[in-house]
Design a protein around this ligand. Structure first.
Ligand code: C2E
Ligand code: MG
Ligand code: MG
Ligand code: MG
Length: 293
């Protein structure tokens, strides 16, 4: 009967919800031990300049290698750790690992690549949140201009925090760090953010580059690019996978790209090998947007 079917569905649903809650409880409880056991790993994904034909830096992206479950999808644990307030500890850990890596490279007289780390909005609830990051960078004595914080536009939606956001970015700059606005164009992008906040880099969301034949998308990117240039803000195109997309962003004068076209995010050691042996592919991009092999 209909009701029995519904009850069955409901029981199934309850079971799924219960399982999910159980998993979440487990992840939350494991978190501190997981940090200590080094289950969290830093992956790096390169950013490449088309004009300079070289690596401009990398973005640090976290992975959780969960015992018995392998690498967890980020969607399973980032929102969870955001809700339980644990993301702050995780991001300091990632930042610390990045500083350690830079220091180690410096010690080995290897080339240093600027690295950006993602900063969740929850940090900004605390007035003095930058202090820990400053202390970590100082402890490792890394050149702070090699470090950049990526914040997303959702940060600017919480009006209660706006003065703290402004203050946070001011402190970043005072200390010599840089600041990027991540995923620009994926949500409530507002030009006010660019006017009111001192952003160094704008990361154009990968959704802009999915439909290359859209005249509208083209106009919008061209407009954002021009605006960024006149505001002395650099741009990075996210999620570039194909040569066609690459030629397209190049024709829009967007110089730095990040995406699978060059590389997926890689574990530190693999990134080192990749970067140290990187040769810019042998093609010329003409200004009409085509690629000449
Ligand atoms: P994001 O900051 O926009 O990071 C870029 C994401 O785009 C990464 O996914 C990267 O693997 C993916 N990506 C890069 N190139 C391509 C491409 O060519 N095609 C496609 N389809 N995807 C590409 P990932 O590592 O899964 O990260 C997803 C999101 O998770 C990140 O988006 C970021 O918002 C969040 N995340 C990762 N690490 C952290 C962290 O330490 N803290 C916080 N708060 N969030 C993090
Ligand atoms: Mg990011
Ligand atoms: Mg992004
Ligand atoms: Mg994105």
């Amino acid at each position: 009967s209909q009701t029995a079917k519904e009850a069955g569905k409901c029981a199934f649903y309850n079971c799924e919800v219960a399982q999910k809650q159980q998993r979440e409880r487990e992840m939350n409880n494991r978190f501190v031990q997981a940090l200590a056991d080094e289950e969290f790993q830093v992956y790096l994904q390169p950013k490449v300049s088309l004009q300079q034909r070289k690596i401009k830096g990398a973005e640090a992206l976290v992975r959780w290698d969960y015992p018995g479950r392998g690498i967890l999808p980020l969607s399973e644990f980032i929102p969870l750790l955001e809700n339980s307030g644990k993301i702050q500890a995780l991001e300091k850990y990632i930042f610390e690992r990045v500083c350690r890596w830079l220091k180690q490279r410096e010690g080995e007289k290897k080339k240093l690549y600027p690295v950006s780390v993602n900063l969740s909005r929850s940090h900004f609830a605390r007035e003095d949140f930058m202090e820990d990051f400053i202390r970590i960078a100082d402890d490792y004595r890394v050149d702070k201009s090699l470090l950049k914080f990526e914040v997303t536009e959702t940060l600017f939606l919480e009006h209660a925090h706006l003065s703290r956001v402004e203050e946070g970015i001011r402190i970043m700059h005072e200390q010599g760090f840089l600041c990027s606005l991540d995923d620009f164009g994926s949500g409530y992008s507002s030009f006010t953010m660019l006017k009111d906040f001192d952003i160094d880099v704008l990361k154009l969301d990968r959704s802009f580059f999915l439909d290359l034949h859209s005249e509208k998308a083209r106009s919008i990117i061209a407009c954002i690019q021009e605006l960024a240039e006149s505001l002395h803000i650099k741009t990075v195109a996210e999620g570039i996978e194909t040569q066609e997309q690459l030629a397209y962003v190049n024709s829009m004068h967007c110089d730095v790209i990040q995406g699978f076209y060059f590389s997926r995010p890689l574990p530190l050691k693999e990134f080192e090998t990749w970067a140290d042996t990187f040769v810019f592919p042998d093609f010329e991009i003409n200004m009409c947007g085509g690629v000449n092999p």
